[in-house]
Design a protein around this ligand. Structure first.
Ligand SMILES: NC(=O)c1ccc[n+]([C@@H]2O[C@H](COP(=O)([O-])OP(=O)(O)OC[C@H]3O[C@@H](n4cnc5c(N)ncnc54)[C@H](OP(=O)(O)O)[C@@H]3O)[C@@H](O)[C@H]2O)c1
Length: 296
């Protein structure tokens, strides 16, 4: 089976590749071979290789920069998957699209269900929401699509909140971190595992639903995670003295893009994928930090 993975140099892409089952042949183009912002290249690449599955993990992920470069963000996050979807429909492949809690506005106060209306509040969120809308129209009639939404993705490599905070804990005495945005982290280990479960059981899963949510269990704020990172890293000997973390409000931390104030996803549907729920967020965070320690 031939699988195209976009974004294989990203934090999630790397982990998907690391967990590859033996039987799969992977296509892992770098940006200079498959530039997702170039429609012609996307069309030619997919029509030439005709992969059985595309795991589209590549994306414009800088949420603040997306406010300034909204056209580029839209081209990469929405138009490229749309081109893949049209080609896939023609030759009979399948698309696993990685998506985000940012398709929602964050105005709910209980977990978003897969059937809830999309209502993004940022350019990045808009591009991910439009992507979903455009590809589902093309690919759901023949069960050729699964959309996997996740949130607050962390892993031991790449660019993410965990690695940024570890660095800040090492170099600062005091950190200010937003405490009124509510959500929960996801781990690249768990999401990569779920991606392969979906691919391995495609017929069963894609006929059940076409949208799944997957995150860790529990509830937190970025402030909670920042404190926990310091505590766990100290226990693992990665840090001697974690910084003092001070809670601040979103209104006092100006960013270009608005973020959803509440982004918990109801993951009950995805628990059926592998019969194992993702761990409680503190345990999964410890698991990730232990892997960082192992590499040192
Ligand atoms: N990070 C989160 O908190 C989060 C939360 C929810 C959902 N998601 C979704 O999860 C997926 C994976 O995210 P991630 O955190 O792994 O992202 P990431 O680490 O920022 O990686 C993004 C990947 O996309 C590639 N890419 C960007 N622009 C490209 C272009 N024009 N052509 C080809 N490749 C391009 C990057 O390649 P280069 O190495 O060449 O830059 C990189 O491999 C994305 O779909 C994202 O929207 C992320």
């Amino acid at each position: 089976m031939k699988i195209l993975i976009t974004g294989s140099s990203g934090q999630l892409g790397k982990e998907i590749v690391a967990q590859k089952p033996l039987s799969m042949e992977l296509l892992l183009p770098k940006r200079n071979e498959l530039d997702l912002s170039n429609k012609i290249i996307c069309k030619n690449y997919i029509n030439f290789h005709k992969p059985d599955f595309v795991i589209n993990s590549g994306a414009f992920t800088n949420v603040d920069l997306a406010e300034k470069e909204s056209d580029l963000c839209f081209a990469i996050n929405a138009e490229a998957p749309f081109i893949f979807a049209n080609a896939i429909k023609e030759y009979g492949g399948n698309l696993l699209q990685i998506s985000s809690d940012y398709v929602f506005d964050g105005r709910k106060n209980f977990p978003y269900e897969t059937k809830d209306n999309r209502n993004p509040i940022s350019s990045y969120g808009y591009s991910k929401a439009k992507c979903e809308e455009m590809i589902e129209e093309i690919l759901t009639p023949n069960h050729q699509l699964v959309i996997l939404r996740t949130s607050w993705l962390l892993g031991p490599q790449g660019k993410n909140f965990l690695l940024t905070m570890l660095n800040l804990h090492k170099t600062k005495n005091k950190l200010k971190v937003v405490s009124d945005q509510i959500g929960v982290l996801s781990s690249t280990f768990d999401i990569a595992k779920i991606c392969w479960e979906i691919i391995n059981n495609w017929n069963l899963i894609s006929k059940k639903h076409h949208i799944f949510h997957r995150t860790c269990q529990g509830v937190s704020s970025w402030f909670d995670i920042a404190v926990e990172i310091g505590d766990i890293a100290k226990r693992y000997g990665i840090l001697k003295n974690p910084a003092e973390v001070c809670p601040i409000k979103t209104k006092d931390y100006l960013t270009l893009a608005k973020r959803p104030m509440f982004s918990l996803l109801d993951c009950s549907g995805s628990n059926g994928i592998d019969n194992v729920e993702c761990q409680y967020w503190r345990h999964e965070l410890e698991n990730i930090i232990s892997k960082i320690k192992d590499k040192q």
